[in-house]
Design a protein around this ligand. Structure first.
Ligand SMILES: Cc1cc2nc3c(=O)[nH]c(=O)nc-3n(C[C@H](O)[C@H](O)[C@H](O)COP(=O)(O)OP(=O)(O)OC[C@H]3O[C@@H](n4cnc5c(N)ncnc54)[C@H](O)[C@@H]3O)c2cc1C
Length: 339
């Protein structure tokens, strides 16, 4: 395992930010990461585990060791008449895992097609889209303690999943290397087409009794039409989470903006689309230098070419401030900000 010095991370983050890693290495087996922890960790000021860099904003050069996760593989570990248990190594591309399962007609993650990134980062923020989240099929994950190199198993309960949240993004952030995940998928899948856009796309394509492959294809079509491709324009998807506010707060805003979209949550709170709030503040399609808010989806902050991570962070702060001033709602970043 070679350790490179002063490597540009531009190809390794979807914002396309040109940050330099003081040290950089790739791990291809769990033995690699364990020997790194046991033999080398004391030399580095800090560590950054990197998947495909699709949910990070690198604000500065990284004065530590970046560990690029390339531990790949998919394995069927158990099955019964109804279900399969699939173990994926954490460096496997998430969409490749989805397509592998769809092609075997194992249902449960097809609505999460085309989400960028690795399988190991997926539980970090309980990835979700189009009416599904990874927690719906999640069984457990294996994680290596970055201090002791010990491997631990976390079941679903231990991960404490929430909306774009888990212990790995909160109380245990930077404490573990997630090395594999195990999902339980259905051999007799029931499609989940409750999300309006999926129904519309299936209808437009004349599909009456959709399979999970049809649902996956529909999700891919919707995502390609709505979200900017990071290969064309740097971004990390939704920059902020959708805020969940008290009902009284939402009702107050609705009096002034009757067209405000909102979703009632089981706990009595109300979810408001962050993109709508940002749009009301005039940010949609607005460009300042090389950063801006995308013209089709205001929630996506973009790098038009040569923006630095700090410029993007300052742009995000300006967006956050104006939403707070106009609506008294503090938007919380979904993207992991690396200072
Ligand atoms: C165009 C676009 C669309 C997106 N759409 C969605 C969406 O619909 N839903 C959604 O939920 N997300 C979405 N995202 C965000 C992103 O795809 C996910 O968060 C994804 O899981 C990140 O994976 P990654 O491998 O790129 O993680 P990275 O960006 O490399 O890392 C993210 C964080 O996880 C940590 N990490 C990564 N791997 C490990 C590991 N093995 N062990 C421990 N820590 C680790 C990193 O240190 C970092 O803090 C989108 C992003 C883009 C660019």
């Amino acid at each position: 395992m070679s350790i490179l010095e002063y490597l540009s991370l531009k190809p390794y983050n979807t914002f396309g930010v040109n940050s330099t890693a003081h040290f950089f290495t790739r791990v291809r087996t769990t033995a690699d990461i364990i020997s790194l922890i046991e033999d080398h960790f004391q030399y580095y000021k800090k560590i950054l585990i990197l998947g495909e860099g699709s949910n990070i904003l690198l604000c500065n050069d990284f004065d530590g060791l970046v560990i690029k996760n390339e531990i790949i593989g998919i394995e069927l570990i158990k099955e019964d008449d109804e279900h399969v248990w699939i173990k994926s190594m954490s460096g496997t591309n998430w969409h490749e895992l989805v397509i592998y399962c769809v092609n075997h007609n194992w249902g449960g993650i097809e609505n999460l097609s085309l989400i960028p990134g690795t399988a190991g980062a997926a539980p970090m923020q309980n990835i979700g889209a189009y009416g599904a989240e990874i927690q719906d099929t999640f069984v457990s994950l294996e994680a290596i303690d970055l201090k002791t190199a010990e491997t631990l198993v976390f079941n679903k309960e231990a991960c404490n999943f929430g909306y774009r949240q888990s212990i790995f993004k909160s109380t245990e952030k930077n404490n573990y290397f997630i090395s594999s995940i195990t999902l339980k998928l259905s051999k007799h899948p029931v499609v989940n087409t409750a999300y309006g856009d999926i129904q519309k796309t299936l209808g437009k394509n004349g599909i009456k009794n959709p399979t999970i492959k049809n649902v996956s294809d529909a999700v891919i079509e919707i995502r390609e039409s709505k979200l900017p491709n990071p290969h064309d324009i740097g971004n990390a998807g939704s920059f902020f989470k959708n805020p969940e506010v008290e009902k009284a707060v939402a009702e107050k805003i609705k009096k002034e903006f009757p067209a405000m979209p909102s979703y009632d949550l089981p706990d009595g709170k109300v979810k408001i689309p962050a993109g709508w709030l940002i749009e009301q503040c005039g940010w949609k399609g607005k460009r300042l230098g090389d950063t801006g808010n995308h013209d089709r989806q205001a929630l996506v902050i973009v790098n038009y070419g040569n923006a630095t991570g700090e410029e993007i962070r300052q742009h995000a702060l300006a967006v956050q401030n104006s939403v707070q001033q106009q609506f008294n709602i503090l938007l919380v970043p979904e993207v992991n900000i690396i200072l």
